[in-house]
Design a protein around this ligand. Structure first.
Ligand code: M6R
Length: 608
């Protein structure tokens, strides 16, 4: 969603801040702004639309002089995406500039109070109250003004604060939402995402909720909620800046699809040693895991779809009951959770607001939590009792690809480990499953190698206005993800349906204008899928079959076929999604859509 960056050092701030904003653009935004401090005056420029507009208005930052500043990309929540509503926001007398990620829930009450004191608001945003409160509470002590202001705020907020009377000094505050400090030499940074920092420094500090930080060029000081100085560990980011750049591809999404064999390998292989699955730094012992009576998996979007796949896999291998719940529903469902529940939380970003809220709710009821997360040091990773990191590297395209497949890989690893600890599989089956895990990267590569054929099919079918993805069992779970990929980047209506459920109402929508993508990789259910294909064909629909290599029978049923490499049945969703990612990509490209930054979407949904 919104992105923030702050810099204090010896260089001109504005060009560096603009570079940081460009690296945050992938998160979704509709306007941007920058403020720098020069000779006791805050200079500010804002622009609706892309960071390129802001760059043009400021001659790439050269029009602004000052060595300390803050900047923001906005995803509108309160007020339209106009220049006025863009951040930063200034206080009444221009003493403070503020950037903000999140939502101030009590802003209406605060605004009423400030207006009664004679303050005139310029924007429609919730953020502007923060600037005015800072000026109201500032009496020469910046830290105290920031703390008093933060104490008045309800909701989620990450704030960056610049004060005209405090040269070289920045403050930032975190209360739900990511905030990372970049530790430099003679310069320091803050940002809402590591990608904004890695071109300048790889030494970072992950902030926790309730903390505030004071940055000068020479020093970073972090304080807890009570204002007491708190010691923080400096972590080292392991990936290079190139990982967050396109590297010759037209889109990040294609680059990330192509990176999947490596990402899956990095997730799986370090965890297999001597024919056993080993989770380092993993707090769950075999004894503890045997005490769980059920598993609840919670997540949003594609991560939820990975959870639906995992339900089939864990139940099949472990014979333990698994519920997969949408985090946005679970959080308000008064869930039946206790100390015998293992809660698996799946999230690429580790910052999804609904997922965090559901996790907190379940942990408060006694659940032990295991997070499957990509971003190191993210909120979910830090809240969880145990973490399995997916090693996907930075994912920039809004539509997740390698984030999702590495989630599947991590969940498969966990399922096999869990089954083994429960004694639910014998040594021969364990060896077979471990071999299947090892084979996953090469299967993904073989699926990618069919790229040219997928492109041809996308060119053939891109004109359809409505698609259905159908499947049974794990194929149904994969259909959900295939359908989401298509709709989010191509804006074509698409629905995923359990193939057997279609005839209970939705088949009324099937006619000669529909394309049905029929996933047939669970061969134990192949004949049932053939019946469903015949049902839709009888009503005029065209069918694109997705089947395992070597299946010749499918040609008699489908108009076209996408093949998927054959391997362990339970792990089929992983290679199976690759042609569907490519299919969505090429259809969106044919239709001229904004692939990496689809309309209305943000990379990480940090508000409810
Ligand atoms: O960062 P998370 O995995 O928690 O994000 C969850 C969803 O917002 C995310 O998977 C979303 O559905 C993707 N845009 C799908 O491509």
């Amino acid at each position: 969603m919104c992105g923030i960056v702050g810099y204090t050092g010896r260089l001109e701030a504005a060009p560096l801040l603009l570079d940081g904003l460009r690296r945050l653009e992938y998160r979704g935004y509709d306007s941007a702004g920058v403020a720098v401090l020069d000779a006791g005056r805050i200079e500010m420029v804002k622009a609706s639309g892309s960071v390129a507009n802001l760059a043009e208005k400021t001659a790439n930052g050269a029009a602004l002089t000052g060595k300390c500043g803050i900047a923001h990309t906005r995803w509108a929540t309160h007020g339209a995406p106009t220049d006025t509503n863009a951040h930063p926001h200034l206080s009444e007398h221009g003493l403070f500039a503020v950037v903000h990620n999140g939502i101030i829930e009590n802003f209406a009450a605060l605004k009423g109070e400030l207006e009664a004191e004679g303050i005139v608001f310029r924007s429609e945003t919730d953020t502007e109250v923060v600037a005015h409160l800072l000026e109201k509470y500032y009496d020469g002590d910046l830290k105290s003004a920031v703390m008093r202001t933060a104490a008045r705020l309800e909701g989620s907020y990450v704030l960056g604060v610049l004060c005209a009377k405090e040269p070289g000094r920045l403050f930032c505050v975190k209360e739900a939402g990511p905030l990372i400090l970049g530790v430099g030499v003679g310069e320091n940074y803050f940002a809402s995402d590591v990608t904004a920092l890695v071109s300048r420094t790889k030494n970072v500090i992950y902030m926790s909720d309730g903390e505030l930080a004071e940055l000068t060029p020479e020093k970073i000081t972090v304080y807890d909620r009570t204002g007491r100085e708190t010691a923080k560990e400096v972590s080292h980011v392991v990936w290079d800046v190139e990982a967050a750049e396109k590297g010759g591809y037209e889109h990040f999404m294609m680059k990330e699809i192509m990176e999947q064999p490596r990402a899956v390998k990095n997730t799986v292989e370090p965890r297999i040693r001597g024919g056993e699955i080993v989770f380092e730094d993993f707090g769950l012992t075999a004894e503890e895991i045997r005490r769980f009576s059920r598993v609840v998996i919670t997540a949003c979007g594609s991560a939820y779809h990975a959870g639906v796949v995992a339900k089939y896999v864990i139940e099949s291998l472990c014979r333990v009951s698994v519920e997969t719940a949408l985090a946005s529903e679970l959080r308000y469902s008064d869930p039946i959770i206790d100390g015998r529940t293992l809660l698996i939380v799946v999230s690429q970003s580790g910052e999804t607001a609904d997922t965090i809220a559901a996790m907190r709710e379940c942990m408060a009821r006694g659940a032990r939590s295991l997070a499957i997360v990509n971003v190191v040091g993210s909120t979910i990773a830090r809240l969880a009792d145990n973490v399995i990191y997916t090693h996907a590297g930075p994912e920039i395209a809004v539509a997740t690809t390698k984030g999702y497949t590495t989630q599947l890989a991590a969940l498969y690893l966990f399922a096999v480990w869990y089954a083994d600890k429960l004694g639910a599989i014998d040594a021969a089956r364990r060896a077979e499953l471990i071999a299947a895990l090892y084979a996953l990267p090469s299967m993904v590569q073989r699926a990618i190698d069919l790229n040219v054929h997928v492109k041809y099919l996308a060119e053939r079918w891109h004109g359809h206005k409505s698609l259905f993805f159908i499947g049974r069992n794990i194929d149904y779970a994969a259909a959900m993800e295939g359908s989401l990929k298509l709709k989010e980047i191509s804006y074509i209506h698409s629905e995923a349906y359990a193939a057997g459920e279609l005839k209970h109402g939705t088949i009324a929508l099937i006619d000669e204008k529909r394309l049905v993508v029929a996933l047939c990789c669970q061969e134990q259910l192949y004949d049932k899928m053939v019946s469903n294909i015949q049902e839709v064909k009888a009503r005029g629909a065209k069918v694109l079959g997705v089947a395992l290599e070597g299946n010749r029978r499918i040609f008699a049923e489908a108009d076209d076929v996408l093949y998927v490499p054959r391997g362990e049945r339970l792990f089929a969703a992983l290679p199976e999604i690759v042609p569907l990612q490519l299919f969505a990509y090429y259809i969106a490209r044919e239709n001229g859509c904004s692939i990496d930054k689809p309309r209305n979407l943000a990379k990480s949904v940090t508000v409810e």
